[in-house]
Design a protein around this ligand. Sequence first.
Ligand code: SAT
Ligand code: MN
Length: 649
Amino acid sequence: MPHLLDHYQPLPAAMGSPKLKTVPKAIYNHLRGFPIVNGEHAQLSAKVQDYVEQSAALCQPDKIHIVDGSEEESNMLLTMLHSQGTIQPLPKYDNCWLARTNPADVARVESKTFICTENREQAIPTPKEGIKGALGNWISPEDYDTAIQNRFPGCMKGRTMYVVPFSMGPIASPLSKVGIEITDSAYVVNSMRVMTRMGHEVLDKLADNSDFVKCLHSVGTPANGKISMPSWPCDPERTIILHKPENNEIVSYGSGYGGNSLLGKKCFALRIGSTIAKREGWLAEHMLILGITNPNGDKKYIAAAFPSACGKTNLAMMNPTLPGYKVECVGDDIAWMKFDSKGQLRAINPENGFFGVAPGTSSATNPNAMKTIHKNTIFTNVASTSDGGVFWEGMEDELTPGVQITDWLGQPWTPNQSKNPAAHPNSRFCAPASQCPIIDPAWEDNEGVPISAILFGGRRPEGVPLVYEANSWSHGVFIGSAMRSESTAAAEHKGKVIMNDPFAMRPFFGYNFGDYLQHWLSMEQRAAQAGGDAPKIFHVNWFRKDGHGKFLWPGFGENSRVLDWIIRRIDGEECYQQTPIGRIPSQGSINLDGLNQRVDEKQLFSIPKKFWLKEVDEIKQYYDNQLPHDLPQQIGNELQDLKNRVEQM
Ligand code: SAT
Ligand code: MN
């Protein structure tokens, strides 16, 4: 019987890489003539076999590897990636690796991401004539097939096709869903092992021949056959990310990066997830989940939606500065939420790891993240140090004196001298959630954690107060729909423009945003019917600046002061004052004790009439342009009510 490693080449002895342990012997078998070098076709249910066979027939790989999720397998793949130059070890830490991507493949590509439905209106709202839609891209079934036929036939020739069985959510949870990702990237396999529950237990779950989300991924090869960077093959010119909700199917070509290739994340958990949630009556959202315990030992869970790279990871792992408070992390990016039989909203984090933005993360801003990422972590596009560690903007105070820095492109880099950042602004760490020192004891509970409040927020340098509370559920849904934020490096948008990002879901809706709003509105009734209440909704903004461009609020651990006010509101304390935009803290009700910086509360909570008149106009224009036919009446009414209140200010 051949050894598993015999099928992987080249395999030179890797310096500094983990020692290979005993590798399980593979049984040599095949699927439709494609040799299986790990696992057996008999492990696969009839539906999985079918999917793998069809994918292999299309992509023509050299061999098939059914991923088992073991540590041995992971070590073997890491060793191979190292020998190919895709990753390098970071000996300063334990089993940590640095991947450098092709510089043309560094972020999600929203413009090349499509939802396929029979009719366009099912996927995206029809904008006003002459206006470009900004709530996703639609592709017809014919064009979907053509896009696949133009890219996939033979795209895995000379490569291994990995079959990755994975679960979004704890394997035994009734809220979880299963997927099979087929990929030709071992980097993706290792990242999926961190980000999802992956391997043979998931195949066991599928043994009853149940359905799964089909996720086909190839890094691709440029049409001219020339791979510019063999250590990171990709095809940026022809990159495309396709979703067909009707078939629970994702097809992604050309990129190996983050949300483009780790298909459990945005593609499954949000885009396909939101369509499943709509059908089944729950919510799939771009939200962190945290638990907060007050000095009385009273614990509540909060979910919060902020756009990519707006501090979800920092909030989810916060060290509260307010004495006696404790924050624990359930998740930092995605929440699947469903009302239980008593009408209590419950949430699971469908992920198993953090794919966090590295720059700005430090022992000062997020000590818990820093403690999470020193073992079993794959870094991508960060800078490296001569003592075998990592570096990025924000880590200056943690540099060991005398070390040399190599930037994300592999060039020498000198602090205060080099023009470009050392780490790519969208560089990431990919680390197991279980390693977070403040991971919540209930983070893997099959029933999910009870959610008491939902927060919306973004980067708003002007006009938007630190926190305000919605007057009602439908007002809260309106606030989510009107969310705006400065663009970040998480996608291809250039510059710091303020963009509408409703529910922080603009790039992640799997169906028409108008229907999504209707679905959200209907949740209040769903809670009531089961005898419960929908959670309170709040808007937060840590990013307001004064006239000189300085942040008005210190943020990070000090945000516990805002969370404290929020949980007092949940408990019914009358610590608010009504304003035209919602309820803000009554004077003195935000606990500022011991804050070692003077905060201009007046500016922080001011609601400038001129700004809000303009804001209301801009929201109206956004709806008129983007949702001329699909805006629910109730949301239109909320906007009109806000306008009336602001005009009377
Ligand atoms: O690259 S990802 O889509 O996984 C991260 C993000 O944009 O939130
Ligand atoms: Mn995200």
